[in-house]
Design a protein around this ligand. Structure first.
Ligand code: FAD
Length: 454
């Protein structure tokens, strides 16, 4: 039987990055993906990564004319429900063809020594006599093949095939995403009949979770994401195009895909096991993007797992635990609090949204501009919010229930920040911490609890 230090299930962004980094550390790495190399990651064409993030994570570079690079832009604006009051949130972004970039990432992992096998589907995990993972079985060309290893990494995306197949007592949440926990994303690739230039930057309408962004092969992409399903996306789209004046355009083609919108599991590790990427719902709550978000956890995991695997050691839950601690104390707490905040803050009418955008409160230049990090609010910001909330109530622009919702979002988001900051150092305090976390999450709004279009 073949034997490796690490087996990774899934060779998209999360799997390729972990494969490359662990192979660079000198570990033997085996990656399986159920796709063919020609078809890997084909669900949608254009995707974005922050330019600074690509540099930070040392990802393969792309350049004009290489067949992967599509465009770059920096200007980005958020608008009210009726398309007014633009708030700038600039950041340099690179647009790429996703399939081509994943192939590039696969080759980048292989250059460091990782072995990748395509058309190979995960079947089951293999356990030793003490019940700890020690390998997997996969199927290729109708044959079931076993591989031995010390660490299995689940990077299989939304299906989370390994995480969800573990025994109930293995110490990892096995939840499956329902249509309430997913953003169904529809991308319309369009050509404008006129008025192109001002649309060649990024525009976002948080009320509908809709955007117009640069494209390749068409003038722009009109995107929209909603829970519940693709039919519901169309309902919201209808409302969006009634309320917001888009330039005349012709739809060239449409793509659809899904991205998780759920809190991450409380723990990412167990004996001989780690899960990363969409398999643990690691997407940015403000935009649903997950490619670089996952790499924050992965950089932590590379350091901790390398140590846990040193000198032929078996990576136990205890030896991998600091991955949870380090992640939950940083991006984990930010994502948890933002997820809670956004689900509450956007529960209001288009009229209230217009009022808040107009007076630069809640959806203020400062808050929206600082969403990607480094945001600090002062007493003046809070006072201004309070004054406009009172004015909005008095003038009937905003309802008391909408204010309550915003307030409960702010409170729960603060509670989650505080809770994730005191994530236990060792597995000892974990059960008690989970009980507290369940309590707060049970009172926290979910995006799917509110269905504005009926
Ligand atoms: C329309 C749309 C647009 C998006 N745009 C962006 C964007 O611009 N920027 C961004 O950062 N994010 C974007 N996202 C989110 C992003 O696509 C995901 O967060 C990211 O691809 C997750 O990567 P992953 O490696 O965790 O999982 P995936 O990309 O889902 O890869 C999982 C891999 O596992 C393999 N696999 C699954 N099951 C098995 C099995 N049983 N056996 C073997 N292999 C298996 C699959 O074949 C696949 O290759 C977008 C999502 C959608 C839907």
């Amino acid at each position: 039987m073949a034997k490796y230090d690490i087996v990774i299930v899934g060779a998209s962004t999360a799997g390729s990055y972990f494969a490359r980094r662990m192979a660079e550390r000198g570990f033997s790495v085996f990656v399986i993906d159920r796709s063919t190399k020609d078809r890997i990651s084909p669900d949608y064409d254009i995707f974005h990564m922050g330019k600074d993030e690509m540099d930070h994570f040392g990802l393969p570079k792309v350049e004009k004319g290489d067949g992967i690079y599509a465009f770059e832009f920096t200007e980005s604006y958020m608008y009210s429900a009726f398309g007014g009051y633009p708030k700038p949130s600039p950041s340099p972004v690179v647009g790429m063809h996703k399939h081509g970039y994943i192939v590039r990432m696969n080759e980048w992992a292989a250059e460091a020594g990782a072995e990748i096998v395509y058309e190979a589907s995960f079947v089951e995990s293999v356990y030793d006599e003490s019940g700890k993972i020690c390998g997997i079985v996969y199927e290729k060309d109708g044959e079931k093949i076993s591989v031995e290893c010390r660490l299995v990494a689940d990077c299989s995306g939304i299906p989370a095939v390994v995480r969800r197949s573990l025994p109930d007592s293995y110490g990892i949440e096995k939840f499956e995403l329902t249509p309430d926990d997913i953003l169904f994303v529809t991308l319309r690739y369009v050509d404008f009949t006129d008025k192109k230039e001002e649309w060649m930057k990024s525009h976002f309408w948080i009320f509908y979770k809709s955007w117009v962004a640069p494209s390749a092969g068409s003038d722009a992409i009109i995107g929209m994401g909603s829970c519940f399903g693709f039919d519901y996306v169309e309902k919201v789209y209808e409302q969006f195009t009634k309320n917001v004046k888009l330039p005349a355009h012709r739809v060239k083609w449409i793509e659809r895909g899904m991205t998780p919108y759920h809190r991450a599991p409380y723990s990412f590790v167990a004996d001989g096991f780690i899960a990363m990427g969409d398999a643990v719902c690691m997407t940015k709550p403000n935009c649903g993007e997950g490619c670089t978000a996952a790499l924050v956890l992965e950089d932590i995991a590379v350091d901790v797992a390398s140590k846990a695997l040193e000198n032929g050691a078996y990576p136990t839950r205890e030896s991998l635990w600091s991955i949870n601690k380090k992640y939950n104390g940083t991006q984990g707490k930010e994502f948890a609090s933002l997820l809670a905040l956004l689900a509450s803050v956007i529960r209001h009418s288009a009229k209230a949204n217009e009022f808040l955008f107009k007076h630069d409160v809640i959806f203020s230049k400062k808050i929206l501009g600082g969403m990607s990090g480094g945001l600090t609010l002062n007493v003046t910001d809070y006072l201004k919010t309070l004054v406009f909330v009172v004015v909005g109530l008095a003038s009937g622009q905003i309802k008391i229930s909408e204010i309550k919702s915003i307030l409960s979002g702010v409170i729960n988001s603060g509670k989650l920040t505080e809770l994730y900051e005191r994530f236990p150092e060792t597995p000892d305090g974990f059960d008690a911490w989970v009980r507290e976390a369940e309590e707060v999450w049970s009172k926290t709004d979910r995006l799917a609890d509110w269905k504005p279009m009926g």
